[in-house]
Design a protein around this ligand. Structure first.
Ligand code: KG4
Ligand code: ZN
Length: 362
């Protein structure tokens, strides 16, 4: 099945064409064309994503990216070589941004007479682990830990299409906390990679541990998370120890102070995420652990979850390749492939696709 997919939920504009095979048993994707434009440099100067600017950029970039993937796939707008379905992110995300992709997809669908289906961005992150060259047999039940700039959730997957959110953040998403802490340390957006870099330096230098932050909700009797408190602890630590960026000895905050703070913050995040994930595995007896979303680009987290196969014999841990951690269109094709196999009527009965900023996986 040939799928043309479109992703515009946040600050990445992405289009891809894949040939999907293998069904639900062993879904596999040959990439025929894949294009992505990251708007990060445009939003950077505002310290975060501005929805109306994201919308404007998506509208500008979508036709260019479509042209690129068609050329790459050896297709032309007039000779499509059998695209079976167009898949577009319907949510969650920024609604003005989502609508740009939906409108674009629907116009193409009409022009080419190809069905259009809506995809759940979070199901896309789950499917991102399928975009690789290897075997993709997922043993159920599975657990997915989804960690991005907008979400932090533990999802039980009883089978493809059967999702139950076991726990989620009560306030900030983990990626958002990385971004906000980076901002407090005067580091550019997006903050995750910046914090990670400083934390790594602190470990290499074996810096003394001055900063100490809590592990929020680690002892709570549920699988929920809270990252706003952790972020606030960093704020108070800075306020108490470096008012106006000056310490008690009258010295400005130094790089080593920032490295120490970044390491302690990252360690706190790793502790909370791994602890709650362990609990979800214990409670469900899951055979597969999928960890996906932009934050799993984090090296320390990848290492920590890499240990899980040793801790849980028989458990298969799946993470996306680094290129598939952030938002992209291939993962959206993955989610839609699974959906059209589960619900073939999606291909014959046109659905009205509505952007839903708060779309959930249940
Ligand atoms: O999945 P994603 O690309 O977009 C959303 O759907 O939100 O995730 C973006 C988030 C940002 O908050 C970014 O700071 C974070 O992923 N991130 C990281 C790293 N790389 C990106 N967080 C921690 N460590 C990283 N290396
Ligand atoms: Zn995402």
């Amino acid at each position: 099945m040939k799928i043309l997919s479109i992703e515009t939920s946040c600050d990445e504009t992405a289009v891809s064409i894949v040939e999907a095979t293998g069904g639900l048993e062993n879904p596999s994707f040959a990439v025929l064309g894949n294009a992505l434009f990251s708007q990060i440099d445009i939003h950077k100067e505002y310290g975060g994503v501005v929805p109306m600017i994201a919308k404007r950029e998506h509208i500008k970039r979508l036709p260019i990216l479509l042209e690129q993937v068609l050329v790459k796939a050896g297709m032309s707008p007039d000779k499509l070589h059998g695209i079976d379905v167009i898949s577009v992110t319907a949510g969650p995300g920024l609604e003005p941004a989502l609508w740009t992709g939906i409108t674009f997809a629907e116009e193409l669908g009409k022009k080419w007479n190809v069905p259009v289906v809506g995809a759940n961005h979070m199901e896309g992150h789950i499917a991102s682990v399928l975009i690789n060259a290897g075997e993709n047999k997922i043993q159920f039940p599975a657990i997915a830990l989804l960690i991005s700039g907008g979400h932090t959730e533990l999802v039980e997957i009883k089978n493809w299409g059967e999702y139950k959110i076991l726990g989620e953040t009560r306030d900030d998403a983990v990626g958002e906390a990385f971004d906000k802490v980076a901002r407090m340390l005067s580091l550019p957006y997006p903050g995750g990679p910046q914090i990670s870099k400083l934390a790594q330096i602190a470990r290499e230098k074996n810096l003394p541990r001055n900063a100490s932050f809590p592990r929020p909700m680690i002892h709570s009797h549920d699988l929920d998370f809270s990252f706003a408190g952790l972020k606030t602890s960093v704020l108070y630590y800075l306020r108490d120890n470096f008012p106006n960026n000056i310490n008690s000895q009258g010295k400005e905050i130094m790089d080593t102070d920032k490295e120490d703070i970044a390491r302690e913050f990252e360690d706190a995040v790793v502790d909370v995420l791994t602890d709650k994930t362990k609990r979800s595995l214990d409670e469900t007896g899951a055979h597969t652990l999928i960890i996906a979303g932009g934050v799993i680009a984090n090296k320390k987290l990848r290492e920590a979850f890499g240990e899980f196969e040793k801790l849980y014999p028989g458990l298969s841990v799946k993470t996306p390749t680094l290129a598939m951690t952030g938002d992209n269109a291939l993962m959206i094709a993955g989610a839609s492939y699974i959906n059209v196999i589960l619900y073939p009527e999606l291909l014959t009965t046109p659905q009205k696709i509505v952007a839903n900023g708060n779309l959930r996986l249940e």
